[in-house]
Ligand binder design. Structure first.
Ligand code: ARG
Length: 463
């Protein structure tokens, strides 16, 4: 932007390095659609309030629509000398329609303009992420349903702990992502207030109608305080916090896919379409996609830290520091969008290995809890039952046997209450089916959870 364009205040041009340093259009150019929408709402309101003439307002709207079309066609010439998206569009408008273009900025400042644009952009980005999450959820629910018969070890401390179902595990991911989705939408709800009309910081002397612009832009209401409206970016902290939590979840999912696709686990085979080879080891098929999802978490969490630090200690109201909000917000949304899409593809095309999971259930004494529960169900205090089961595990371990391979006498030596029905309890299918509690892995519980989730996903698709 030429300093001359700011009016009579300047004798000299901005230094070249200062100009490059402060220009933001390469980043905020992405707000063009919101910028045009908010300008149209503003100028229509100005005409409605008789602050500008209807003819001028119509010319401005037509001019902005022409600019919209030229941006859509990729023909608009962005100019870093014009600093940011707002100045680029306004300059093009004035060039196209002349004097009337200069009236658009009446009763407005770039400070309320950019705050409005960012709220509009982020609101729609939150809704779009919610849709991306739904797409991944649909894949997970399908996989859960298709693999309802697959038993697998559940882990604590990454040690085999108790038997469960693959579907139960996949539905745990679903629950994590459901909460992420609701957090993102919650942020979208709270940010849905209009800063427009706050002008530079203290409102305007013109008789504007803030409720009209708020309504035209789909906001719930105008923001109550002009200093707050232009000076805070907590709505971005909230949205990016929700994304950061989501990407931590995605990273955990990704980590399990990496582990499960290792030779050591062998629970899952990623498809060729979502794996890569090695340039040196011909046998390799690497789970790069989940690794990258895991790795990209740093970008999203980093974006949150970036925003927090940028905002901390800023005095009210607008400060140019706030211009730095855009890159981390765009980066966080872009990254989470890609990660969700990649995981949906990778999981959707992966195949799970029933036999490997069943094999893993055989070693590791996953039935030890069954032994303790069997005794406790017959009146033995759980602590004592736990001790007895532990002793039996110890004995079996020393003999190189499984619990089911110990003779009944050994059980009865450990505790007089044992009878032959203990061996039924040691069957893995039975062990899973007996976990017939809300939230547990018994088939009918998991099937019900799948049905409920399907209903919810369908209702959302319909709405
Ligand atoms: N590009 C600026 C930003 O994103 C727009 C607001 C400029 N306001 C100002 N007072 N210099 O923050």
């Amino acid at each position: 932007m030429s300093n001359k364009a700011w009016g009579g205040r300047f004798d000299e041009e901005l230094d070249a390095i200062a100009a490059r340093f402060s220009a933001s259009v390469d980043v905020d150019g992405r707000l063009w659609e919101q910028d045009i929408d908010s300008s149209i709402a503003h100028v229509r309101m100005l005409a409605g309030q008789k602050i500008v003439s209807t003819e001028d307002a119509e010319q401005v709207v037509a001019g902005l629509e022409t600019i919209r079309a030229s941006i859509e066609r990729g023909e608009f010439e962005w100019d870093a000398d014009k600093e940011d998206v707002h100045m680029n569009i306004e300059a093009a408008l004035t060039k196209a329609i002349g004097e009337a273009g200069g009236r658009l900025h009446t009763a407005r400042s770039r400070n309320d303009q950019v705050a409005t644009d960012m709220r509009l952009w982020t609101r729609q980005a939150c809704h779009s992420i919610a849709g991306d999450i739904d797409a991944l959820l649909a894949v997970l629910v399908d996989k859960a349903e298709a693999h309802i018969d697959f038993l697998m070890p559940g882990y604590t401390h990454l040690q085999r702990a108790q038997p469960t179902r693959l579907a139960h595990h996949l539905l745990a991911w679903v629950e994590m992502l459901e909460r992420d989705r609701s957090r993102v939408l919650d942020a979208a709800k709270r940010m849905n207030e209009s800063p427009l009309g706050s002008a530079a910081l203290a409102g305007t002397t013109f008789p504007i109608d803030r409720a009209a612009t708020a309504e035209a832009l789909g906001f719930d209401r105008p923001m109550q305080n002009s200093l707050d409206a232009v000076g805070d970016r907590d709505f971005l902290l909230e949205a990016v916090s929700a994304l950061a939590i989501c990407s931590v979840h995605l990273s955990r999912v990704a980590e399990e896919l990496v582990l499960w696709s290792s030779q050591e686990f062998g629970f899952v085979q990623m498809s060729d379409t979502f794996t890569t080879g090695s340039s040196i080891m011909p046998q390799k098929k690497n789970p790069d996609m989940p690794e990258l999802v895991r790795g990209k978490t740093g970008r999203v969490v980093g974006s949150l830290v970036n925003l927090m630090v940028m905002l901390k200690g800023l005095p009210l109201a607008y400060n140019r520091d706030l211009q730095e909000d855009k890159a981390p917000v765009f980066e966080a949304f872009d990254t989470v969008h890609d990660c969700l899409a990649v995981l949906a593809g990778a999981i959707g095309s992966a195949s799970f290995d029933k036999a490997r999971m069943a094999d893993a259930l055989q070693a590791g004494f996953l039935d030890a809890t069954e032994v303790a529960d069997w005794l406790a169900a017959r009146g033995v205090p759980f602590r004592e039952a736990h001790h007895v089961a532990g002793k039996l595990v110890h004995q079996a371990h020393q003999l190189g046997k499984k619990l089911a391979e110990l003779p009944l006498e050994t059980y009865q030596q450990a505790h007089a209450s044992f009878d032959a029905t203990i061996f039924d309890a040691l069957d893995m299918e039975t062990a899973v089916e007996r976990r017939d509690v809300l939230g547990g892995p018994a088939r009918k519980r998991v099937t019900k959870a799948i049905e409920e989730l399907r209903g919810r996903l369908e209702a959302r698709r319909g709405s």
